[in-house]
Design a protein around this ligand. Structure first.
Ligand code: SAM
Length: 386
């Protein structure tokens, strides 16, 4: 851990409320990549709960809920799997009084949506719950020991209430390209410098995770409570375009990928393809992390090269990689636009968003669930009936 001074996160979130309310936060990466990915992950997790025991309604407890984004996530996930009629009761917990005040005001007219000031390192409410949700990395505020304590408390509740439940643990990935200067540490002073007026943000100590580290604490917590884990899955979200790729605060060697990818979706401008390439050298990490980045960056660069070639630009990448389906289809898809390929406006309106969608598909398909993205999501299915 670095020696710089860390202060209570409540003070920082007081300042961040405006960031969470700001429409500017919803850039293309957020709506076309991150929200889409979370929706797919939570949608498929709810489908699994349906197959396992088909809960009559969904009782959701959202840890570190902020302004209640988790409620939208669950509701949209239900819509995406044609279960929009399923009733949801939602309890959001946050230790920031400011977040809870604003959230309660916003959801005043929804009787099934409630918020409570609660620090989830300590006591947690005892009502039976189907999904112990978290999103936006709240567990990263906790040390590994605190996270294990919270997971133990959840397992105890699941046993007491004899439920089958899903626990969603959302944390910062340890091996994100956003912070290669921090790969050697698991807990360090993190600044949310990407929020509005972010330059004034003080650091908060945050824990970043490699998937086996979470697996270990989950298994220990469940074992202590004699609680059966049925399955654990991991997913990496936002590998190339986490918010710190824009600040370059912890990796000055990469292009500002988030802005570059947002630019691919912006029909008002053309994007420099060279800036999308992934050529960054990486520091020491477990071999599976390096193997992933080697494979992923080769395919990523190949997609960019194909779009650039089509537009008549040579990116001077000597290696050619044979892309598997469905990524191999980009070339054929672009070839239907042969007559317009030199038209800059057409490039900005059609070719660049097409490339962006292929890049998203690549990232979301290849993500290995190791802790190589901004966010690592652990989905833990627990059976408290035994
Ligand atoms: C990055 S925000 C995410 C908010 C929301 N879940 C979202 O996705 O928009 C993290 C939230 O976790 C809350 N938090 C941090 N530590 C907490 C703790 N020990 N107990 C409860 N909430 C906590 C913060 O106040 C903040 O609202």
């Amino acid at each position: 851990m670095s020696n710089s001074v860390s202060i209570d996160n409540q003070e920082q979130y007081k300042k961040a409320v405006n960031h969470y309310l700001s429409p500017k936060r919803k850039d293309s990466v957020k709506t076309q990549w991150e929200e889409k990915f979370s929706l797919a992950v939570i949608g498929s997790a709810i489908k699994k709960l349906e197959e396992r025991y088909s809960p009559k309604s969904l009782r959701v407890m959202d840890f570190g809920c902020g302004l209640g984004e988790g409620f939208f996530l669950v509701q949209n996930a239900l819509n995406s799997i044609n279960l929009s009629k399923k009733e949801v009761s939602y309890l959001g917990l946050d230790n920031s009084q400011d977040m809870v005040n604003v959230a309660s005001e916003q959801w005043e007219s929804s009787p099934n949506v409630n918020f409570q000031v609660n620090d989830f390192r300590y006591e947690i409410p005892d009502q039976p719950t189907d999904i112990y949700l978290s999103c936006g990395v709240p567990y990263s505020h906790l040390s590994q020991t605190e996270a294990k304590g919270t997971l133990g408390k959840i397992c105890r509740r699941i046993k007491e209430n004899k439920t089958q439940s899903l626990i969603v643990v959302d944390v910062l990935g340890r091996y994100s390209i956003e912070w290669i200067t921090k790969w050697g540490e698991s807990r360090w002073d993190y600044r949310m410098s990407f929020v509005k007026d972010g330059k004034d943000q003080k650091p908060m100590v945050m824990t970043c995770y490699y998937a086996p580290e979470i697996k270990k604490i989950v298994e220990q917590a469940a074992q202590q409570e004699n609680c059966e884990i049925q399955e654990i899955e991991f997913c990496d979200r936002s590998i190339m375009a986490g918010r710190h790729t824009s600040t370059l605060e912890y990796n000055p060697h990469i292009p500002p990928y988030r802005e570059v990818i947002n630019s691919l979706y912006n029909s008002e401008r053309t994007t420099n393809f060279q800036e999308i390439l992934f050529t960054s050298p990486l520091p020491p990490a477990p071999s599976e992390v390096h193997e992933f980045f080697a494979k992923f960056s080769g395919m990523w660069n190949q997609l960019v090269k194909e779009a650039a070639d089509f537009c008549g630009e040579n990116l001077e990448i000597s290696e050619t990689i044979e892309l598997p389906e469905p990524f191999s289809k980009l070339r054929a898809e672009l070839s239907q636009y042969e007559d317009n390929k030199h038209d800059k406006s057409f490039r900005a309106h059609v070719i660049e968003p097409t490339l962006a969608n292929y890049l998203y598909q690549l990232e979301s398909t290849l993500q290995p669930g190791l802790g190589v993205g901004h966010t690592l999501i652990a989905l833990i299915y627990v059976n408290g009936k035994n």
